[in-house]
Design a protein around this ligand. Structure first.
Ligand SMILES: Nc1ncnc2c1ncn2[C@@H]1O[C@H](COP(=O)(O)OP(=O)(O)O)[C@@H](O)[C@H]1O
Ligand SMILES: [Mg+2]
Length: 198
């Protein structure tokens, strides 16, 4: 990656992560609940049979209730496992909270023996990230896990992000390897981006 782009991404990550960390815990909790409720009301969610999510950690928007909701709603629930060496995510089918174990960085992830789900079999994915703009660009934590995972996907899954308003910026620096998102949900707004041809 071009070094200017790398530096610009790094600087934006630091700024937005600091803003997110500065949110009081109670504000973070209520904003999380509101954003997750709005995601659950989206047709992309309601019509989905299979949904991938991640288990939030640290100061991320809390996705734990979203995961419980998947099981309650009878969706096929899928979660990623991180392979730090290959920098790949493997996606596994989860049918109970008991299927999760603590993985890298203490993040809850599915046991390795659970069935693998191809990314193209997933209808909707809830993606993590650091910063997002109003054009559908996404900044992650810097490992490119979701860029790699989605580089092999077709028109499915619908890519949804639930984020705090503090994470929405005017412009996210990006290049051709950065995968765009389709729907950005915050406690106050829902932004939809036309799907790019693949
Ligand atoms: N499809 C891909 N195959 C291989 N490497 C990739 C792919 N997509 C992204 N990468 C690499 O992953 C690294 C991290 O990407 P970056 O966009 O900075 O991280 P993030 O998306 O987590 O913010 C970059 O070096 C990028 O070139
Ligand atoms: Mg990227």
């Amino acid at each position: 990656m071009e070094s200017n782009l790398k530096e610009a991404k790094k600087a934006l990550r630091a700024t937005v992560l600091a803003a997110r960390a500065a949110m009081p815990a109670n504000v973070r909790q209520s904003a999380s609940a509101t954003a997750i409720e709005r995601v659950r009301a989206l047709p992309a969610y309601r019509n989905a049979r299979s949904v991938m999510t991640y288990m939030s950690f640290d100061t991320e928007l809390d996705t734990h209730d979203f995961f419980s909701g998947l099981l309650r709603d009878g969706k096929m629930a899928a979660l990623p496992r991180i392979d730090r060496t290959s920098k790949q995510l493997s996606v596994h089918c989860v049918s109970s909270p008991a299927d999760l174990v603590a993985g890298v960085w203490g993040i809850q992830e599915p046991r390795a023996d659970l069935p693998v789900v191809p990314i193209n079999d997933i209808d909707m994915v809830l993606m993590p990230g650091v910063a997002f703009d109003r054009q559908g660009n996404r900044l992650g934590y810097g490992a490119g896990f979701y860029d790699r995972l989605l580089s092999t996907a077709g028109t499915r899954p619908v890519r949804v992000v639930a984020a705090f308003d503090e994470q929405v910026v005017d412009a996210v620096p990006h290049d051709d390897t950065d995968q765009r998102i389709h729907i950005l949900v915050t406690p106050t707004q829902i932004l939809e981006f036309p799907e790019t041809a693949t």
